[in-house]
Ligand binder design. Structure first.
Ligand code: GAL
Length: 433
């Protein structure tokens, strides 16, 4: 049952998107230690793990994974190479500098989809197909996620750790009630949501909390999903939806309207600060990926009482998909350590501990979710019953360069340095080149 419904959803999204990766042929196996089928050749004394899970609930997720790693690989020292900044906003540039100067970490976090393709094209990561199989992932990971990770010539270049959803509204029921609204209400469309945002505004609270540019892009992608529908949104990435069309203009207008209800200090805030405004009762709504669930859990908020959540209005039939995965960089200094880390990431124990703390669902479908949060269990259900659409802000839909251009265009627009027509032109140019 699960796999049938999952296949329907993911295939609709992924096939239409043409997301299958294209190998560009790194034939470099040197220094990888992967020539023995992944059983840990090379220096395993330590492993530098490069992520952006540097603080708060994200660090708690990483710590949970490290605990399992320490049990499974007591002789390999974990070196935390985390660089702060949500969505890799600071980490990715730094990583690129390191890769280009032949100073790679032993493993780094990369999103499944277009972002991973960048590293493959640049011959910066090794083929880990043998390890993928050795770790038992071939049978445990849904075929559709495997397809997302597999290049045209059948190779796999990363080990997936989790699946996150990008299109979730997190809300404070007390603030909503204080504005005279029903805290259990959901809204069918962005348009339907606007009067509620206005009511919160009139009550003196922040209607919609947001943070710096990448969080605004996260909001933007969900508005595009809502207004264009799954097919139209997927079409933005496979070329079948025209970025210059009136439909996209309408969606950008809705984005502009939503931004007019946000906190003015947004550009100085990262996602935890924006989500904290919900926790602290300063704001009513926040749109964020479901790593936010971990922040609510970490602060002992009770689902349904202290906070509520629902898919962004108009996107309940879509799962804004992203998956973190870990790589074996070309020239990793401790390839045995890299493989030790990858094997823990792949293990049922690692996936259970990490995902429970991270707010995500495991990439393996054989992990028992009975002690996962109510939200996570519902996300696992939704993953099997909705259409999977790729996240823009988190590497699934577009290469890093395109995302960077879109982020710059968004930032110019929301800070008042460009008008809507210019914004739309710049988005079209970012995607179409
Ligand atoms: C995403 C990443 C998530 C989470 C989030 C916020 O790109 O996939 O795991 O860390 O950024 O930083």
């Amino acid at each position: 049952m699960r796999s049938t419904r999952l296949t329907t959803g993911v295939v609709a999204g992924v096939a239409a998107l043409g997301l299958t990766l294209t190998a560009c042929g790194s034939d470099s196996g040197s220094g990888s230690g992967s020539d023995d089928g992944g059983s840990g050749g090379g220096d395993a004394s330590e492993v530098e793990v490069f992520t952006w899970w540097a603080a708060g609930s994200e660090k708690a997720g990483l710590d949970a994974l490290v605990d399992v790693f320490d049990q499974q690989h007591p002789d390999t020292e974990f070196i935390n190479g985390a660089v702060a900044g949500g969505a890799g906003s600071a980490a990715k540039d730094l990583l690129q500098q390191r890769l280009q100067t032949n100073d790679p970490p032993d493993t780094f976090q990369a999103h499944a989809g277009a972002e991973l393709q960048d590293y493959i094209d640049a011959a910066q990561i090794e083929d880990v197909s043998a390890q993928f199989e050795e770790y038992g992932l071939t049978d445990a990971v849904p075929q559709d996620l495997i397809d997302l990770l597999t290049t045209d010539d059948g190779a796999i270049y990363s080990i997936p750790s989790n699946i996150h959803r990008s299109n979730v509204v997190w809300a404070n029921p007390t603030v909503i009630e204080g504005a005279g609204l029903d805290p259990e209400a959901t809204y069918a469309t962005i348009d339907d949501w606007i009067p509620a945002l206005q009511a919160v505004q009139d009550s003196g609270k922040t209607p919609l909390s947001v943070g710096q540019a990448w969080t605004q892009v996260n909001l933007l992608e969900t508005v595009l999903m809502s207004d264009l529908g799954a097919d139209g949104y997927i079409g933005l990435w496979d070329g079948s939806t025209d970025w210059s069309s009136a439909e996209v203009t309408d969606a950008l207008e809705d984005f502009q309207t939503l931004m007019s209800f946000t906190n003015t200090d947004r550009d100085g805030l990262d996602w935890p600060d924006a989500t904290q405004q919900i926790i602290d009762g300063d704001a009513a709504f926040n749109v964020m990926g479901d790593w936010a669930e971990a922040a609510f859990e970490e602060q002992d908020m009770t689902d349904g009482e202290d906070y509520v959540h629902f898919p962004v209005p108009g996107t309940e039939d879509q799962f804004g998909f992203l998956a973190d995965s870990f790589t074996l960089p070309v020239g990793a200094p401790h390839p045995g350590g890299s493989e030790a880390w990858l094997s823990t990431v792949a293990s049922p124990e690692g996936q259970a501990a990490f995902n429970k703390a991270k707010g995500s669902i495991p990439a393996r479908s054989d992990v028992d979710l009975s002690d996962f949060s109510e939200y996570q269990q519902s996300a696992a259900e939704d993953f099997t019953s909705t259409t999977i659409v790729p996240s823009l802000a988190h590497g699934a839909a577009a290469p890093v360069a395109t995302l960077n251009d879109i982020t710059d265009a968004t930032s110019k627009f929301t800070s008042g340095s460009s008008d809507l027509a210019t914004f739309q032109q710049e988005m079209a140019a970012a995607v179409n080149g």
